[in-house]
Design a protein. Structure first.
Length: 515
């Protein structure tokens, strides 16, 4: 089976996005390119229901460029969909025919509910929810999608005719570039309430523990909030609090368009539509009593990829949680030795559990999970070079945008991987210098256990069938090792870690062979 390049194009009301990926024989995939162009397809449409010729030409030009980029990368398939502006246009068929003749793209127009489903797939596949239900909000140029779902499925899908471009056209003329007074903003909010009332009532009956916002509007509002309150760029751990949003709206309203476009954190190309988008978000958060919202850059185009993988039967989509899938994705992209990685992981989890039972540590479930994934990825750096591969593994884990993890968890996994061969973690090492004391101690415990597990499969031949700690005399820890074939190489490897084991656990390591 050869690698396969596939492209996904999302033709929205405000912008067009491209995602170009190579799907590998081992079912991992590599992102080749992500592109976005603001074309305002829906500009002027919502007054009479017709896409404007100049807007259609802008869309055709961008789609042609994106299609050429995909084909120049030998894309075997291009999946293109159009959303609110196209599905509501009276001249939709003319636009789709124009796209087909000029770009050779067969564009599918998706319903609002299907758009919501694809957004759910795109966002939920990139976050770690476990069994919690979440509300997902996506504010586009022409519509707003509201979804409730957990890690595995959605429970509620809705699409409202509320969007940043649509409401800007309804409440402002192009000539109005001054500050926006409170009464005008209140009118927009009332319109949002009236349009969303039934959906809000249904959502009030839904049970969700957290909320996630996607789309350029929400991301940009969060960017402005972090700049306003923290004076720094936004990170993926930052949330948008309701009280911050209110303050951001007050600042945006007080400025004329020219000054608004220069506000720290703002995307200048959104300056004219962001107040209408903010009114949708503020009104929804207020009605549903949402105090804070996580922000994600996952979008509908990511949902197109997930949907494609599911329909095509690619196994990686079905291999456990978002975190596990993301870890496997990175490992397979780096052509890691998967049998060895799985064997080391099996051994290190047995060591972790038995070490906890015998009182060597008191780390909980979260650290066990992080150790599991660090073990799976500890050798990915060999993809770059075997020499100093622990440093390469550290770099790859830290820079791979692993999904479902916060930055502290990524830092911990990368550090555990880095220290799986040499050195004892201390504050003098840059890889752990920023970690707090509790995380540092956890990294020490996990790194030493991974170092032992790696040695127990030193020959990459599965010689050790089982390894676990047993209670020993005071000041000792007994490592019981079961072998079905010669495992002297592995036992010698473990002996090399006796000093760092004693430093970490304050006990002498005693190895007993069985089998």
């Amino acid at each position: 089976m050869d690698p396969k390049v596939v492209a996904f194009i999302d033709i929205g009301t405000n912008s067009i996005r491209l995602l170009l990926v190579r799907i590998n024989p081992n079912h991992s995939y590599t992102t080749l390119s992500e592109q976005k162009e603001t074309i305002r397809l829906g500009e002027g449409e919502f007054a009479d229901g017709y896409l404007r010729p100049e807007a259609m030409q802008r869309a055709v030009m961008v789609c042609k460029q994106f299609a050429e980029m995909a084909r120049s990368n030998n894309a075997e398939e291009i999946s293109a969909v159009a959303t609110a502006a196209t599905r509501e246009a009276r001249n939709k068929r003319d636009f789709l025919r124009l796209l087909r003749s000029e770009t050779q793209l067969d564009v599918r127009t998706v319903s609002g509910v299907e758009e919501a489903r694809l957004i759910y797939l795109g966002v939920s596949s990139g976050i770690h929810l476990e069994e919690k239900s979440a509300l997902f909000i996506d504010i586009g140029g022409g519509s707003t999608e509201l979804i409730v779902g957990d890690q595995h499925s959605y429970h509620y899908l809705d699409s409202l005719k509320l969007g940043a471009v649509r409401l800007t056209a309804l409440f402002f003329t192009p000539e109005e570039t001054g500050p926006v007074d409170a009464s005008r903003y209140a009118l927009i909010q009332q319109y949002v309430r009236n349009t969303a009332i039934r959906s809000i009532q249904r959502l009030q009956d839904q049970s969700f523990k957290t909320a996630y916002g996607s789309s350029g509007t929400i991301e940009n509002l969060a960017d402005i909030a972090v700049q306003m309150f923290e004076k720094r760029p936004r990170t993926r751990e930052d949330v948008l609090r309701f009280d911050q949003l209110v303050a951001v709206v007050e600042q945006l309203r007080s400025l004329p368009l020219a000054e608004r476009a220069r506000l720290p954190g703002i995307n200048a190309r959104r300056a004219d539509i962001i107040i209408a988008g903010a009114a949708i978000l503020q009104t929804t958060m207020e009605a549903l009593k949402i105090e804070a919202m996580h922000v994600t850059d996952r979008t509908l185009r990511d949902g197109l990829l997930v949907d494609y993988l599911q329909r095509s039967g690619y196994e990686i989509v079905q291999e456990g949680s978002v975190r596990r899938r993301s870890v496997l994705q990175l490992g397979r992209k780096c052509n890691f030795d998967e049998p060895h990685a799985r064997k080391v992981t099996e051994l290190v989890l047995s060591l972790f559990d038995s070490a906890r039972e015998t009182g060597l540590h008191s780390l909980g479930r979260n650290k066990r999970e992080l150790l599991e994934y660090a073990a799976m990825l500890h050798d990915v750096g060999i993809f770059l070079s075997y020499s100093n591969h622990e440093a390469h593994s550290y770099y790859l884990i830290n820079n791979a945008d692993l999904l479902g993890f916060d930055q502290t968890e990524v830092d911990a996994m990368a550090a555990v991987s880095y220290f799986h061969r040499k050195r004892y973690p201390s504050k003098k090492h840059a890889q752990v210098a920023a970690l707090d004391g509790r995380i540092m101690q956890a990294v020490r415990v996990m790194a030493i256990l991974l170092r032992i597990a790696e040695s127990l499969d030193r020959g990459h031949k599965g010689a050790i069938t089982e390894a676990r700690f047993r209670p020993g005399k005071k000041g000792q820890a007994i490592l019981e090792v079961h072998c079905e074939r010669d495992c002297q190489l592995e036992l010698w490897g473990v002996q090399n870690h006796e000093k760092v084991f004693k430093k970490a656990f304050k006990r002498e390591l005693m190895v007993k062979q069985k089998g």
